[in-house]
Write a protein of this length. Structure first.
Length: 222
């Protein structure tokens, strides 16, 4: 089989990767993290931790991008060498010819699709998904179900937190309706989509929370 078309694709991609690595200086990873060129700072001593954290995130992203390019370049070089040896297009596990459609999509393929090592799907999912699925099985997928409310969802998922992010007095939660708010009046005072534009544009929602608030106020006056 004539693999000239695939060889041209591989050589063009190889040249593109090499030029990118050269132009970008391997994503600047040859310089130290704390250098003035890499971070834009003469010293890291007086930097806020968030600034250093942002720089560290960008550096980790550059490491990942460089790793992907180096891996792809290695696969291309390996495939070109197999072309020279006359073993390109032959599955390394089964010895069968690799389908042209697979080579068209992935010219560096070493095996047929059935023998590819990337067949398994990770089952390592967050524990919160099991909780939410259990709630859907119990209450259905509709949040309007009479036994489902926002408080239940939050409390069941938050139970997996190793450290609490909720502090005493940070918010109020209506245990019956699952309505969260910081101040009492927020449950029945609203504005339009433009936010607060003056006292004349504040709307009072005459709901049960408002009635409850007014009743408590009357009791205090008496």
């Amino acid at each position: 089989m004539d693999y000239t078309h695939y060889k041209k694709q591989l050589e063009e991609r190889k040249l593109e990767i090499e030029e990118r690595l050269l132009e970008q200086g391997r994503y600047g990873l040859e310089r130290g993290f704390a250098s003035d060129v890499a971070s834009g700072e003469l010293s890291q001593y007086d930097n806020h931790p968030a600034d250093s954290g942002t720089e560290l995130y960008e550096r980790e992203k550059d490491i990942a991008l460089l790793g992907h390019l180096k891996e792809e370049l290695s696969d291309i070089q390996y495939s070109l060498k197999k072309m020279e040896n006359g073993t390109y297009g032959i599955c390394e596990k089964t010895g069968r010819p690799i389908d042209p459609e697979r080579l068209e999509a992935l010219p560096t393929a070493r095996t047929v699709a059935e023998a590819s090592p990337n067949q398994s799907i990770s089952t390592d999912r967050p524990a919160e998904e099991d909780v939410l699925e259990d709630m859907e099985d119990s209450y259905g997928r509709q949040p309007s179900h009479p036994h489902f409310n926002e408080e239940n969802a939050y409390e069941r998922v938050a139970a997996f937190n190793e450290s609490s992010m909720v502090y005493d007095g940070s918010s109020l939660m209506d245990s019956e309706e699952g309505v969260g708010y910081v101040e009492d009046f927020e449950s029945f005072v609203g504005t339009d989509m433009n936010g607060y534009t003056g006292p004349d544009n504040v709307a009072f929602q005459r709901n049960e929370h408002y009635e409850k608030f007014m009743d408590e106020a009357d009791e205090l006056e008496q």
